[in-house]
Design a protein. Sequence first.
Length: 72
Amino acid sequence: MDDASMVGLMGRVTGTIGPGLVGEVIVRVRGGAEHFLAYAADGTGRMERGTVVMVVEHLPPRTVYVTAAYDS
């Protein structure tokens, strides 16, 4: 899967994302669901488990930068 095809995909936080933390998200890709290491796209945001996120950047093989999909 190339970088561009990951951008825009939705996922859910499974490990808290925040400053100084390497979080984790699960994203539906390639006909299944896969876990990726995740960072906040703005570098300062905090996202708790269960937050729906959108991938804004993908660094192969397993790292993504995300932003919250919905305002809370």
